[in-house]
Design a protein around this ligand. Structure first.
Ligand SMILES: Cc1cc2nc3c(=O)[nH]c(=O)nc-3n(C[C@H](O)[C@H](O)[C@H](O)COP(=O)(O)O)c2cc1C
Length: 368
């Protein structure tokens, strides 16, 4: 969302004109939300092995960058990991399936990181059932370093158009242990249309759309104050905020040129997709969802290692009633009857994109 919105306004107004209009050239060099990005730089700066590994785990991908993890360190060699229900996405993730997948990404990254500090993490999942902690992680000394760790700092979700370069079959082969990969061009065309239809339906479902708009952090001050959600930063957007053009209200106004241009930009992005990746499960328990998240994290690190870009597009998988036709269609196209499509993503070659904000580890420790 961030990059797309930046492009909307560049296109409509032209960056230079707006910057000149507000007379804030100093903005160009001072708008990076350093505080919100600081957790990327402090990863690995801890003595306690649990904190060391957690400082990487919090860089995990997760829906709407809600970062719903909370950790209790009060027992030696253990981390009790909770999902913060205040971060729920009631409208677009009514069953908290996606948020649970995000927790799976966090767990997998925690255990990959721990191997680099010569520790193995074992998990007891949902030890008190669904309403208790997600997991109790126990750290024990001794491990073989996981090579995917080298990709952790480079991993991104790439929310940009991809080039028309096809994903070569040797690379598809190298992803085969991680996910299903779809490169057959007729199927790709069907999925482009389906992902677009689902995106548009979401944009036209007011409560779902508003849930995302409410999570927008516009400009450096808002991003630093709440380093989660949808970060819309940079000099241009910040200038547009100053002149009252880039606001949450304008994003809700379907007659505004910004909203209309946004639709075009999303269409262009979703169509600029040469391949897809999926992760599905036979059942759909919380443990299956955690497992899907662990697989997703490994896939995202492996695509990074191979120089590929990956972008989850979850609209068609969402379980609210208005989406049910698209939900059924994507399932009938991609999985066996009764199976659940947990992740659906664009795969290809995109540009290098910026790191996204994170809350610090200290903000996520509830005990210890
Ligand atoms: C379960 C899940 C669903 C996601 N769905 C979407 C999506 O529909 N659209 C999107 O742009 N990004 C989606 N993402 C990516 C997140 O927005 C992204 O991980 C988060 O903003 C942090 O950015 P990063 O992955 O680049 O660190 C999803 C991620 C996860 C784990």
């Amino acid at each position: 969302m961030m990059a797309a919105n930046r492009r909307i306004f560049l296109k409509i107004l032209g960056g230079g004109t707006v910057l000149a209009a507000v007379g804030v050239t100093g903005f160009l060099t001072t708008r990076t939300p350093e505080q919100a990005l600081a957790p990327w730089d402090s990863a690995g700066n801890y003595q306690d092995v649990r904190k060391w590994a957690l400082s990487y785990a919090l860089l995990a991908p997760n829906p709407h960058n809600r970062q719903p993890w909370l950790v209790d360190l009060s027992i030696e060699n253990q981390v009790v990991i909770y999902r913060d229900k205040e971060k729920d996405l009631r409208h677009t993730d009514p069953l908290s399936r996606q948020l649970t997948i995000g927790m799976g990404c966090f767990l997998e990254l925690l255990s990959i990181a721990a191997t680099h500090a010569q520790h193995t993490v074992s998990y007891q999942l949902f030890p008190e059932g669904e309403d208790g902690p997600i997991a109790v992680a126990t750290f024990t000394a001794g491990a073989k370093a996981d090579p995917l760790f080298t990709q952790v700092m480079h991993r991104r979700s790439c929310k940009e158009p991809f080039s028309d370069r096809l994903v070569a079959s040797e690379l598809v082969q190298k992803l085969s242990g991680f996910a299903e990969v779809i490169t057959e061009q007729q199927q790709v065309a069907r999925l482009q249309k389906l992902s677009w239809d689902a995106w548009l339906l979401e944009a036209n479902t007011p409560r779902a759309w508003k849930e995302s708009v409410d999570l927008m952090r516009i400009g450096k001050a808002e991003i630093n104050a709440n380093p989660d959600g949808i970060d819309l930063g940079g000099p241009l957007l910040e200038s547009l905020k100053l002149v009252g053009i880039m606001t949450r209200e304008s994003q809700l106004d379907k007659s505004s040129s910004g909203y209309k241009e946004g639709i075009k930009i999303y269409h262009e992005m979703l169509m600029a997709t040469p391949a897809y990746c999926t992760i599905s499960t036979a059942a759909n328990s919380r443990i299956d969802q955690i497992d899907a998240g662990r697989r997703w994290l490994r896939l995202n690190l492996q695509t990074t290692a191979l120089g590929l870009s990956l972008h989850p597009i979850s609209q068609a998988l969402q379980e609210y009633p208005e989406m049910s036709d698209h939900y059924n269609k994507v399932h009938s196209l991609l999985v066996k009857p009764g199976h659940t499509l947990q992740m659906f993503a664009r795969l290809g070659y995109g540009p290098t994109v910026a790191r996204t904000p994170r809350w610090s580890l200290e903000a996520k420790i509830i005990n210890g």
